[in-house]
Design a binder for this molecule. Sequence first.
Ligand code: CP3
Length: 344
Amino acid sequence: MYRFDKSPVLEVLAGSRQPIPPVWMMRQAGRYLPEYRDTRERAGSFLKLCLTPELAAEVTLQPIRRFGFDAAIIFADILLVPYALGQALTFVEGEGPRLAPPVDRAELGRLRETADRSVVAPVFDTIRLVRSALEPQVALLGFCGAPWTVATYMVAGCGTPDQAAAKLLAYQDPVTFGQLIDRLVAASADYLVEQLSAGAQAVQIFDTWSGALSPEEFERWCIDPVARIIAEVRGRIPDAKIIGFPRGAGTSLLRYADRVPVDAISLDWMVDRDYARDIQSQRPVQGNLDPHALRAGGDALLRAVDATLDTFSSGPFIFNLGHGILSDTPIAHVEQMLARIRGR
Ligand code: CP3
């Protein structure tokens, strides 16, 4: 019997193909939306927006109202975990995030052993507010950053996408780096368990910079810590639904799929589609439209949407981008993408 309150996203995560792939976008609440820019201004700062449940709930819901996405992702940031570990966090206009002071062996000693729950508690309130406002068929997703990606920001201290500082620390002082990763594993597992307990129905682990690692380091700093988070979360919530996003993993993706027991793998736009289809034979996948194709619009967008659908829509699949939406993307292009996915 057709149950109208079933969530297509959760169905896919349970392994079942949907006739029309459910769709959401990474960074779907963001600066490309005028209503987001208004609320962001009202909040005063990005951090206040993340930590004021009424405002964070509002921006979480904005893209659902406008586009009818099949999932809402709670509005927060991966850098709230280092903030809760005691590293000062600011978002500088036009420059991205800054974490101070940068973590090294001495600074690690000054951080908290465990995260201060009260710092991230507003996120759990946001989850409760959003869940009560969402239609039952719209899935609510929580998230955290993977330890390696979060560590790249903690060690560099700034938002420049440069993983050099973390890579050097990992090679030169693997004991200190391992302790930082261990602390992030514990804090992230607690954080995800609390999100799931508050009403998130699945969580995504973002490893944005996993592509910077050699295969051996990928095993050690990406696969192993993410697998430990999952074991810890499932130890407490056995049926927890988890999506992994090892961006840029390339040929290490197969090893990730073998060793990390996520319910679905989110694919970037760089992966070879035949290779990715092998991954989909083991596990539901999500992805993988190039955000620049969405930014470009027109025929190029339609061709890119079709290529993704032609490859993946015969199996369990959630349509998404290969990374976050670019802030200068026209809203009309998002509408064009949705019409193509839903109208084919
Ligand atoms: O996807 C969503 O809509 C949920 C909210 C969300 C944000 N950040 C809000 C945000 C999520 C899931 C993230 C994850 C995140 N944050 C990642 C992993 C995924 C990715 O995009 O790679 C990373 C690396 C961060 C760290 C971060 N936060 C950076 C580097 C920046 C500055 C660069 C930028 O894109 O502006 C942020 C800020 C940030 N986080 C914004 C948003 C909407 C923009 C802030 C603003 O100016 O309003």
